[in-house]
Design a protein around this ligand. Structure first.
Ligand SMILES: [Zn+2]
Ligand SMILES: [Zn+2]
Length: 447
């Protein structure tokens, strides 16, 4: 609607079912200081009164704008979902002034925070463009809370990036990771978080890998395999999934529809991996091109329609993060995980363990944010509803809030020590921004 005031609600996201205090402020000319205003609360997903265009039949509250033109209200949003707040002058409840949207969450999700993550990226240590530390800074500048560097066949670059960022005041979390390339299996597997990684086992303990995959074959894991699946390859996939779990990591099945020559994963293999729930998550987005991702989302929905749980993530598989980069920042994941909390150096940031557990529990949504296109989210309906709200109302502002921090992080990691102090301030500012968005934030932030 045109002519409405641009309005900011803080918090923007809060718990449903109990009274919550929030503030509404508007851009110029703002709400008239000292004037009584009426706010109507319309649950977007319910139609109580289909013809009630102004929302007169809905619950409402009155507030007087303070000297800065801000309205302070209390209201108990009855159930989970998005709400339109229709704002009028109390004396003229037919002329709509503003209509911001807010989101209420049931208690389980209200205790968590959405963290934007990329679980699959390459640096110049394999076939990507930037050094690990530069890549990390670009992720922060693009509005990411966490990313896993998953270079081909090696985990060391991610350890390097993690150490580099951890020595700075930035709020970015670098996850250790690798793209796993078993010697006798052409499928790629992404692993995040596990120690010391699978590639190292292939290199240092080839006999263990050979013995254990042979044991898997003997154990009958390969009986009744659907046609079109190579038993040796299947044994290798099972071994990787089990080894990653043993090492404490997340296993992700990446890009089945990526076309190198033929499809990366034969359809029979992709279907069976998903039906059997071999890996912790499926890279629903990560095929790079829209047609590849389109088929991957169809695969995801097909297997879920059979009643099988599939945990969704979106990954860029980026090989560059410069201005002309493709894929970087186009595909990502919202992970709903607890923040580190009071007492932690970065209370509002995620922890690697929290991210891992959330992905394993299915608390993740794949995101598509290609430039010039409307954003989309893929996952279970409850999480997609919330993610679509966040993509519209939160992510653009959060991206802007992170930009300065990312640019300063790149300078500091590039050796410019004078960037440390401003980076500390920018990181604190980014944290405060998040704190104001989500009810019950951990406002204090130590550097
Ligand atoms: Zn790959
Ligand atoms: Zn890759």
């Amino acid at each position: 609607m045109s002519g409405l005031l641009r309005t900011e609600a803080r918090p923007l996201v809060f718990a449903a079912g109990r009274e919550t205090a929030f503030e509404l402020s508007a851009g110029a000319p703002g709400f008239a200081p000292g004037a009584a205003h009426l706010v109507r609360f319309l649950p977007l997903e319910r139609t109580l009164e289909p013809n009630d265009r102004g929302g007169a039949a809905y619950p409402s509250a009155e507030a007087t704008a303070d000297a800065q033109g801000a309205l302070r209200l209390r209201y108990a949003f009855p159930s989970e979902g998005p709400y339109l707040l229709r704002i009028f002058r109390a004396e003229d409840p037919t002329t709509l002034l503003a209509e911001p949207t807010v989101y209420a969450l049931d208690a389980d999700l209200a205790a968590l925070r959405p963290f934007r993550c990329d679980f699959h990226a390459h640096s110049d240590r394999s076939d990507g463009r930037e050094p690990p530390a530069v890549l990390a800074a670009r992720y922060r500048a693009a509005g990411f809370d966490a990313f896993a560097l998953t270079d081909h066949g090696q985990r060391a670059p991610s350890v390097e990036a993690e150490a580099a960022v951890a020595a700075t005041p930035s709020g970015l979390v670098v996850l250790r990771g690798e793209e796993v390339h078993p010697p006798d299996n052409h499928l790629h597997i992404v692993q995040v978080g596990g120690e010391p990684g699978c590639n190292l086992v292939f290199e240092r303990e080839p006999a263990r890998y050979a013995t254990e995959t042979a044991a898997l074959r003997r154990a009958g894991c390969l009986q009744g395999l659907p046609e079109g699946i190579d038993p040796a390859e299947w044994a290798s996939c099972l071994w990787c999934a089990r080894e990653i779990a043993r090492q404490g990591g997340i296993s992700i099945f990446p890009h089945p529809y990526w076309r190198s020559d033929l499809l990366h994963a034969p359809l029979a293999v992709a279907l069976h991996l998903l039906r059997e729930g071999v890996f912790d998550a499926f890279e629903v987005l990560g095929g790079n091109e829209p047609d590849e991702n389109h088929l991957q989302t169809a695969l995801y929905h097909e297997v879920r329609a059979e009643g099988r749980p599939v945990n969704a993530v979106g990954s860029s598989d980026s090989h560059g993060a410069g201005p002309d980069a493709r894929w970087f920042d186009w595909y990502s994941t919202f992970v709903l995980a607890p923040p580190a909390g009071p007492g932690a150096a970065r209370p509002e940031a995620p922890t690697p363990e929290g991210i891992r557990d959330a992905v394993k529990r299915g608390l993740s949504v794949a995101l598509e944010t290609r430039p010039g296109e409307p954003p989309r989210a893929f996952g279970p309906l409850r999480l997609v509803r919330y993610a679509m709200f966040l993509l519209a109302e939160y992510l653009p502002a959060y991206r802007a809030a992170c930009r300065e921090e990312g640019l300063l992080l790149e300078r500091l990691l590039g050796g410019d020590a004078s960037a440390r102090e401003p980076l500390a301030r920018a990181a604190a500012e980014t944290a405060r921004f998040r704190d104001r968005i989500f009810e019950g934030g951990h406002a204090s932030w130590s550097n």
